[in-house]
Design a protein around this ligand. Structure first.
Ligand code: ATP
Length: 227
């Protein structure tokens, strides 16, 4: 379980997070307008940014100064915004890059092909030629091959056609059901709150609201965000 407490962090002299504490939960949604600090918070969680104050615990261990690769080894996976994969490699090659050399790699790869039929269908297609939604599925599949205990997802449904948005939402619900914790930045507030056990709203790097998820929370959050 990830615990983020009283964090100050930013870029050089620009402070992007001010005293941020994130509630714990199996699925935690991070909400807020553009520039609120959501991506910065996720980058902090995986260790791409180090806090100048506060602490990050994972399964009770203080990982505040641990490098990203060591966090991945402990069971964290990060899927950044923008469906990043190697466009010149095929879908299968992208998956093999993560699976090769990993114990149970082949079985883990096969499990992801079973989870995402589109990836199986387009296994030999270059990743750069997949649709945005398929590339997002590929990015999530790559992360899942590392068998994370915590999956950190930055706007997984951004810029994706609605039919695949529904599939990705379903995947996130499934993962939670499989016992994988999720830290989720998501613009679709209705879905984010449906999936989330807890949520946090950021504005200009400050926490303005936290609470329990569930569809009833949507109106509170929309009012908090003035939307
Ligand atoms: P969006 O929804 O637009 O991605 P966000 O809530 O994820 O927004 P962040 O990207 O975390 O917000 O940005 C928080 C603040 O940090 C903003 O003021 C932004 O300008 C600043 N910031 C983000 N990345 C950098 C960077 N690499 N260097 C300097 N400042 C940055």
């Amino acid at each position: 379980m990830l615990e983020i407490t009283d964090i100050e962090a930013g870029y050089g002299r620009t402070r992007a997070l001010h005293g941020v504490t994130v509630p714990t939960g199996k699925v935690v949604a991070v909400l807020g307008h553009n520039g609120a600090g959501k991506t910065t918070l996720l980058r902090l969680a995986i260790g791409l940014i180090k806090p100048t104050k506060g602490r990050v615990l994972f399964d009770g261990e203080d990982i505040s100064s641990l490098a990203p690769n060591k966090r991945v080894a402990r069971g964290m996976a990060y899927v950044p915004q923008g469906q990043q994969s190697f466009g010149q490699l095929t879908t299968m090659e992208n998956l093999q890059l993560v699976a090769d050399g990993r114990r149970r790699g082949k079985a883990l790869l096969d499990a992801q092909l079973a989870r995402f039929p589109a990836l199986e269908k387009f296994a030999t297609r270059k990743a750069g030629l997949l649709s945005g939604g398929q590339r997002q599925q590929l990015a999530i599949a790559r992360a899942l091959i590392t068998e994370p205990k915590l999956l950190i997802l930055d706007e997984p449904t951004e810029g994706i056609q609605p039919t695949i948005v529904a599939e990705i939402e379903q995947t996130i619900m499934q993962l939670a059901g499989e016992g994988i914790n999720v830290l989720l930045v998501e613009q679709h507030i209705g879905f984010a709150l449906e999936a989330a056990e807890r949520y946090v709203v950021l504005a200009s790097g400050f926490v303005t609201h936290t609470g329990e998820g569930g569809s009833a929370a949507a109106s509170t959050v929309r009012a908090a965000m003035a939307i």
